[in-house]
Ligand binder design. Structure first.
Ligand SMILES: Nc1ncnc2c1ncn2[C@@H]1O[C@H](COP(=O)(O)OP(=O)(O)OP(=O)(O)O)[C@@H](O)[C@H]1O
Ligand SMILES: [Mg+2]
Length: 295
């Protein structure tokens, strides 16, 4: 397995020593959902994208790198339990925990988290079309490594300048972008590592989440700031999700917007139909290989 040294790339990745590369081993397209800001909607987006792809007939594996909260893992567990109770079968991502690794088995200089993630990915690479990785809302070794293996990176972002601050610093007087911030620097480090290894660049997509029907001034300002920043640091902005109560209600049963009809909700509320359209627009905007958002 090839590896490389990322010393000297910059402060944001200085702790990333000798990250192992395992691209090219299998065929799976890796989608990482990340943002160091907590509560941005990573697990909600992860579950919806992974389930949408499974429902479109793709083989989807899922990993949760938030080893403490494991929201994505619990979401899929809830889904399996709900479907079992109902005696139903709906397309469901294949979730797996990171494998446990005995510290005594590590070679000198090997990092246990790198080995755990590598093993999980190797096991899924040849059996899945997509591997979706949900990251924690903080800067961890696992998250940093996951960003380096991303073919597609989705960053949900709450429509607030508090969240924007993790992407870039802006001038409080005129809104000018003054420079990249911690999370963008981390993604930049991941991009550098891939470039050094001769790999395809990450397709980075920022998704605005919890968009309100009011606060139009803030919404416009955020839109403008994101558009400017997207050109500076190289990401695309995808259509996002509005603030909707339904997203908070689906978790206990492990359901997504796409399952509502199957579980007996014949009369879809207008807001659910609109939310479903938002998801369709997002899946289209991701431009994933061989995916047509015809649900
Ligand atoms: N579009 C939305 N409308 C309403 N509520 C939402 C929406 N998206 C997410 N939420 C709610 O916001 C909260 C945070 O969402 P989520 O857990 O997906 O974020 P996260 O980025 O994974 O958080 P963490 O950083 O803690 O892992 C949850 O209560 C979720 O139900
Ligand atoms: Mg989460």
């Amino acid at each position: 397995m090839p590896s490389f040294d990322c010393s000297g790339i910059g402060g944001a990745v200085a702790d990333c020593d000798n990250v192992a590369l395992f691209w090219g081993i299998g065929v799976a397209h890796i989608i990482v959902v990340g943002n160091e800001k907590g509560g941005a909607g990573k697990s909600t987006v992860s579950m919806h994208v992974a389930t949408a792809l499974a429902r479109l007939g793709h083989r989807v594996g899922a990993l949760d790198l938030d080893l403490r909260q494991t929201t994505m893992g619990r979401y899929i567990e809830n889904r399996r339990a709900f479907l079992a109770r109902r005696g139903m079968d709906l397309p469901t991502p294949a979730y797996r925990d990171l494998p446990a690794v005995d510290k005594a088995s590590l070679h000198q200089g090997e990092n246990i988290y790198d080995v755990r993630l590598t093993q999980a990915l190797e096991e899924m690479q040849d059996t899945q079309d997509f591997i979706l990785i949900d990251c924690p809302g903080s800067h961890t070794r696992l998250s940093q490594m996951a960003h380096s293996v991303a073919d597609t990176l989705i960053t949900p972002l709450n429509d607030s300048f508090v969240d924007f601050d993790l992407l870039a610093r802006i001038d409080p007087e005129d809104g000018r972008i003054m420079g990249p911030s911690v999370y963008s620097e981390m993604v930049w480090g991941a991009r550098q590592r891939r470039a050094q290894a001769g790999l395809d660049p990450i397709d980075w997509i920022v998704v605005r989440n919890r968009l309100g029907t009011q606060q139009m001034v803030n919404k416009k300002k955020m839109g403008k700031a994101l558009e400017t920043l997207s050109k500076r640091i190289g990401f695309r902005v995808a259509p996002g999700f509005s603030e909707r109560v339904v997203f908070r209600e689906l978790f206990p049963k492990g359901l997504t917007l796409l399952d509502l009809r199957d579980v007996g909700l014949s009369q879809m509320k207008l807001s659910n139909i609109a939310a479903r359209q938002e998801l369709r627009d997002l899946i289209s905007a991701l431009s994933l290989p061989d995916v047509k958002a015809n649900f």
